[in-house]
Ligand binder design. Structure first.
Ligand SMILES: [Zn+2]
Length: 477
């Protein structure tokens, strides 16, 4: 099927993107290269949020208000953009060696947020999803590349990539200021700045390379000897208890698993070489299990996952992984109890709820179908309550309500299905379609009921201002 979780969204970047609704399509593996590909993965997001939370809190930012977005790209970069969106490229995640190093990157990015160095765009960016925002940013960068103004670097690399660097890049003084803020957050959170220093040193020397060969992070966050010296000095002046502080072991375990998972997914052949069968550590077996699944060996993968589950029976992500292998292998009814178990162990994960709900819908077992659809609806609604970011959840909900309508012959469920499709279209930026679907939903729902009101909101806010849509509508903003 698709990468990490069947939930990769491809933003098709168009030249007039800033004026047009964004088109989002489910990314297939062959699509990578056409635009940014986003990875949704409950485990990695959970780790990043847990690692970042004390840093956000130290900065006076509610951790819940930050959306962390993982971009599948070998490019080494991270940045923040409007709306408290923090983007991490898999290339950067894979380059960090420890949770402290990654915490250093997060602290620096949070320094940009605290200093107000957000990448700002037009009004429409303000309410767009994080995924859509990155699409817009890259579109602006591509537009800048097609002109030639302001580009510092030429060379062999694609103009768009270099333009992206210029567009996302900050000045050296701004960088130093973000470092200083970041270091104060790390101090407050009790995390040593050692990791920040280590990561900067890792990137040192990159600036000697021609611009097109540099690690992108160095381009967008110019690194200087002064900056490194300032972090070194801060570390040297820290009290020993802070200087030598080590994050709890669980973060090291999560970090190792993140790296194992990313390599197993993104480069399974390399993962199978790097994590040998002789290595019985949890990350090694996890990486191999994922790599085996990704290379078409589900049974070998499940055997390894069963071993991991036996060793750590309270770990939700081993059940989730096993369920995914089974699901993608067509064993839906075997996957369902594993999704249920993962959900029971981590009830606050919107992604796990969505996967569980989806699996319940895909079952071919006709016995107990009504109860299964009801359970799917419950899971999908809860997923949406926990996080309203995934258009796909609305599509599954539309399917669930549609099937409930078929089973019960109650037309209200058919109207609810239209409402869910309207939400999906709205989340994807398909405004005209969303408005029409919302109008259809309103006809079948009790006036002034909660979903009727929500459908009305969509209809009123997204109706085309006239001429743009298929039919004229005077309700536009
Ligand atoms: Zn920076």
């Amino acid at each position: 099927m698709s990468l990490l979780r069947k939930l990769l969204w491809l933003i098709i970047v168009g030249i007039v993107m800033m004026q047009m609704p964004l088109l989002a399509a489910r990314a297939q593996e062959s699509d990578s290269g056409d635009g940014p590909v986003f990875i949704r993965d409950a485990e990695i997001e959970n780790y990043l949020h847990e690692l970042a939370a004390p840093i956000y809190t130290a900065a006076g930012i509610d951790p819940q208000s930050v959306t962390i977005v993982i971009v599948q790209s070998s490019v080494v970069n991270a940045f923040v953009a409007e709306g408290m969106n923090e983007f991490f490229y898999t290339g950067l995640l894979q380059l960090t060696d420890s949770p402290e190093q990654l915490a250093g990157v997060i602290a620096h990015e949070t320094g940009h947020i605290a200093d107000g160095h957000l990448i700002r765009g037009k009004e429409e960016m303000r309410n767009a999803s994080a995924e859509a925002i990155l699409g817009m940013i890259l579109a602006v960068a591509a537009g800048a590349a097609s002109g030639d103004g302001g580009l510092a670097a030429g060379g062999m690399a694609g103009g768009a990539q270099i333009a992206e660097r210029s567009y996302l890049g900050f000045s050296r003084s701004v960088e130093a200021s973000a470092d200083a803020a970041g270091m104060s957050f790390l101090d407050k959170a009790g995390i040593s700045t050692r990791g920040m220093l280590e990561f900067f040193k890792k990137l040192e020397g990159q600036e000697m390379l021609p611009a097109d060969r540099q690690v992108e992070y160095v381009q967008t966050h110019p690194l200087t000897e002064d900056r490194i010296a300032a972090v070194q000095q801060h570390l040297d002046n820290s009290p020993p208890s802070l200087r030598n502080a080590r994050l709890p072991q669980k973060f090291y375990d999560m970090h190792a698993r993140m790296k194992a998972k990313l390599l197993g997914y993104l480069q399974p052949d390399i993962a199978l070489l790097r994590y040998s069968a002789a290595d019985t550590s949890i990350p090694a077996r996890y990486a191999r299990a994922i790599a085996l699944y990704r290379t078409g060996k589900p049974d070998a993968s499940i055997a390894l996952l069963d071993g991991l589950i036996a060793q750590k029976p309270d770990d939700p992500f081993f059940y989730e992984m096993k369920a995914q292998v089974q699901f993608d292998d067509g064993r839906i009814d075997a996957a369902i109890p594993n999704y249920a178990k993962a959900n029971a162990l981590l009830p606050d994960s919107a992604l796990l709820r969505q996967e569980y709900g989806h699996a319940l819908l895909e079952s071919n077992d006709t016995t107990g179908m009504g109860a299964r659809i009801d359970l799917a609806i419950t899971q999908l609604l809860e997923s949406n309550r926990l996080e309203g970011r995934e258009p796909e959840t609305w599509r599954f909900l539309a399917e669930a309500w549609g099937r409930k309508g078929d089973l019960t012959s109650d037309p209200q469920y058919t109207a609810l299905a239209s409402y869910a499709l309207a939400e999906e279209a709205a989340a994807q930026g398909h405004d005209a379609a969303a408005s029409q679907l919302a109008a259809r939903a309103m006809k079948g729902l009790p006036p002034n009921s909660p979903y009727w009101l929500r459908a009305q909101d969509i209809k009123l806010s997204l109706a085309p201002p006239g001429g743009q849509g298929r039919k004229k509508n005077n309700n536009g903003p």
